[in-house]
Design a binder for this molecule. Structure first.
Ligand code: AMP
Ligand code: MG
Length: 447
């Protein structure tokens, strides 16, 4: 026996509130989501790498100098090594006992009244305590000696052993980002390998039945995958190693297989699409299953970038960042949550982009909706020495072109926004802020 179906009634569609959320949904503040995502991020286990591969990585152990740099006292100028006491009343005529070049030594002791011609970097001959630069000397009238025209203090123009780095001293603490200068110091100590946290390997996946790639004509309803390439680039720019995991349609089994495959060979995964509240938001569903209860799916109190999912999957508890599908939302969500987490995996003490106070060169008006607004903006350095910002154009979460011309995100807390001339908070997305480059005048000085 079957009971007749009840008469069909129109589906109950809950009406969104002015904040764009459905009744009962809580908008979670950005700070709370970041705290949850960053809480358990530990730097990847250290690895010994050649120093030339370590640029941008972070030292996993402190470095202690095994020797002095410079290793011996040497001359800082081309000139004459001498006894400073001989120059108390210049001019002083001295006999010259030969020449010492960089890379060679002068082993005989130099007596008072004598000097040795010396080149920059050559070891200070025994007995000498100062060097007179060649510009302050002239040849003695007899042609054999040298006349010193100035008086010298003990130690003048001498670079002492250990003056740069002292043997036994800590040169860099653990947690130091490896810069070109750090690499130079390590090489100068003979350390050609160094223990660093490796660059996280990050798999990037696009999801959506509508996505295609390549130049072929689009069939109806299809769009080209922009996110995967943008996110792969963001991953690389964050100092991580991007791995392209391709496009997967809105199919739970395929998304699950792609995530499991990615987790087996990556330190973290970033997906885009499929995390909002639509019927086919498969990433959210799959992450819920694979993450064994660690998945957090939230509506973040931010615009753009409201839907976001995060979970850990597989035996290695590989973190997965589920970015929204709208391209601008995906990039902003990456900046807010994925980038700092990846930077922590890489051992970076500073996870975020540079944050500045800036002058709003135009009104950044908005309406109150319970969310933090991140406005794509162009930042430039003003003649007043301050950073100035203007909107970069279209602020729709699908308007990737305006995002591409932005070099900053202006943070507008909930409320009416900022009037022209007000000061606002901004995250600088790169170092291409026009007007912050070195002005020509800075190098215009001439002697
Ligand atoms: P979703 O988050 O999957 O609901 O997608 C939201 C919007 O973003 C839709 O208009 C999608 O077509 C678009 N979208 C999703 N993934 C991509 C992508 N990889 N590239 C460009 N647009 C996308
Ligand atoms: Mg989708």
């Amino acid at each position: 026996m079957s009971t007749p179906d009840p008469p069909a009634s129109p589906p109950q569609v809950p009406s969104p509130s002015p904040t764009g959320t459905l009744p009962g949904e809580r908008l979670v503040p950005v700070g709370e989501v970041r705290a949850a995502v960053l809480a358990s991020r530990r730097a990847l286990p250290p690895r010994l790498v050649p120093i030339q591969d370590a640029l941008g990585c972070v030292l996993a152990r402190r470095v202690v100098a095994g020797e002095d740099v410079p290793p011996f006292a040497n001359s800082g100028v081309d000139g004459y090594a001498l006894h400073s006491g001989d120059t108390a009343r210049p001019p002083a005529a001295l006999a010259v006992d030969g020449t010492v070049l960089a890379g060679s030594t002068h082993d005989r002791r130099v007596e008072p009244g004598h000097a040795v011609r010396i080149m920059t970097g050559a070891p200070l001959p025994p007995g000498c305590d100062a060097v007179c630069m060649v510009e302050r000397t002239r040849s003695a009238p007899d042609g054999a000696g040298v006349v010193i025209e100035t008086s010298l203090r003990p130690g003048e123009n001498v670079r002492h052993a250990g003056e740069d780095v002292r043997s036994g001293a800590e040169v860099f603490p653990a947690g130091t980002p490896v810069s070109p200068g750090v690499i130079g110091v390590l090489a100068g100590l003979g350390l050609l390998e160094v223990e660093v946290h490796p660059r996280p390997v990050v798999g990037v996946l696009s999801t959506g039945d509508e996505l295609v790639e390549g130049p072929a004509a689009l069939s109806p309803g299809k769009i080209r995958d922009a996110n995967r390439y943008a996110v792969l680039a963001l991953v690389a720019e964050s100092g991580c190693v991007p791995v392209d995991l391709g496009i997967v349609g809105d199919d739970e089994d395929r998304v699950a297989a792609a995530l499991e495959d990615g987790a087996s060979r990556c330190d973290a995964l970033v997906t885009s699409g499929g995390v909002s509240v639509g019927d086919r938001d498969v990433v959210r569903a799959v992450l819920g299953e694979l993450s064994g209860g660690t998945m957090r799916w939230v509506q973040v109190a931010v615009r753009p970038g409201k839907p976001f999912a995060f979970g850990e999957i597989g035996p290695g508890r590989t973190p997965v960042f589920g970015l929204p599908g709208n391209p601008v939302s995906a990039m902003v969500s990456f900046e807010l949550f994925a980038r700092p987490a990846l930077r922590l995996l890489a051992g970076h003490p500073l996870a975020d982009r540079p944050f500045v106070r800036a002058v709003a060169d135009e009104g950044f008006l908005r309406r109150a909706d319970g969310k933090l607004h991140l406005v794509r903006a162009r930042a430039r350095g003003g003649k007043d020495g301050l950073v100035h910002v203007r909107s970069a154009g279209g602020q729709g979460s699908h308007q990737l072109h305006a995002m591409a011309s932005a070099n900053a995100l202006v943070l507008l807390p909930d409320g009416p926004g900022a009037a022209a001339g007000a000061s606002v908070d901004a995250m600088l997305l790169d170092d291409r802020a026009a007007g912050l480059e070195v002005p020509a005048e800075a190098f215009a000085w001439a002697p």
